[in-house]
Design a binder for this molecule. Structure first.
Ligand SMILES: *Cc1c(COP(=O)(O)O)cnc(C)c1O
Length: 223
């Protein structure tokens, strides 16, 4: 299937999910995750009208950035080694995987402007997953006020691989509740208005539970 056809289908699903919960699709940003596909396929996504591309490795990001440039926004969605921050900081408009102080410190040091960051939260508690535990997040947000170039725009999570809808909803709801708590503190360095959650298999559910940024790879561009 062409990216254009996939995108049309995804937009329909998003529209439906928004209707189910009284939201508008203008509040949802679709990030095409191109980590498994070629530069050509990523370009096809841009031509189809995708405005946000996501990569989880420095090499993939730089290779595609070189070919596509600033006509889209670039999102870093994978675990980021501190020593690689300097190589991607000028290209990315958002980092979805802030999960430790040392990374924040490095972002702060290398960036010339405040960088929009999502804190990655391991809501499900699976050992294989990156991210802070739910009960560590508020203290971490407080700590971030010392870093002028780190702006906490929201929270991100990866849901478990499961078909169990109630389990997925439970994970997304926990992240949203935590987002609400932090947002409602009205901290200048942490507006924390957004939720980066939902991938190919669960983005409709994530939207119903409040996602503002969905990261879609296989169902949009392939994987
Ligand atoms: C790969 C990846 C995605 C996209 O996964 P799909 O299931 O292919 O949609 C989303 N988020 C992160 C962090 C990823 O690594």
């Amino acid at each position: 299937m062409s990216v254009k056809e996939n995108l049309a289908q995804i937009n329909e699903t998003i529209e439906q999910a928004c209707q189910n919960c009284g939201r508008t699709k203008d509040d949802i940003s679709v990030i095409a995750v191109t980590k498994y596909v070629s530069i050509e396929r990523a370009k096809e996504a841009v031509e189809a009208g995708v405005e946000n591309l996501g990569e989880n490795r420095k090499e993939g990001l730089l290779e595609k950035y070189e070919a596509i440039g600033d006509q889209v926004n670039w999102h870093f969605i994978g675990s980021l080694q501190s020593r690689k921050v300097k190589d991607v900081i000028d290209q990315v408009s958002m980092i979805h995987s802030l999960d430790r102080k040392s990374l924040a410190k490095e972002i702060n040091k290398r960036a010339e402007h405040p960088v929009s960051c999502f804190i990655q939260v391991n809501v499900s508690g699976e050992e294989s997953k990156h991210g802070l535990a739910v009960d560590e997040v508020e203290a971490f947000v407080d700590l971030m006020k010392t870093y002028d170039h780190v702006k906490i725009v929201g929270l991100m999570t990866m849901a478990p691989h499961t078909e169990n809808e109630e389990q997925l909803r439970g994970v997304f709801r926990k992240l949203r509740a935590l987002r609400d708590i932090i947002r409602d503190k009205h901290l200048p360095h942490a507006p924390c208005e957004w939720l980066s959650m939902g991938m190919s298999n669960d983005y409709a559910i994530a939207i119903e539970e409040g996602a503002t940024h969905v990261r879609i790879g296989s169902k949009l561009v392939g994987g």
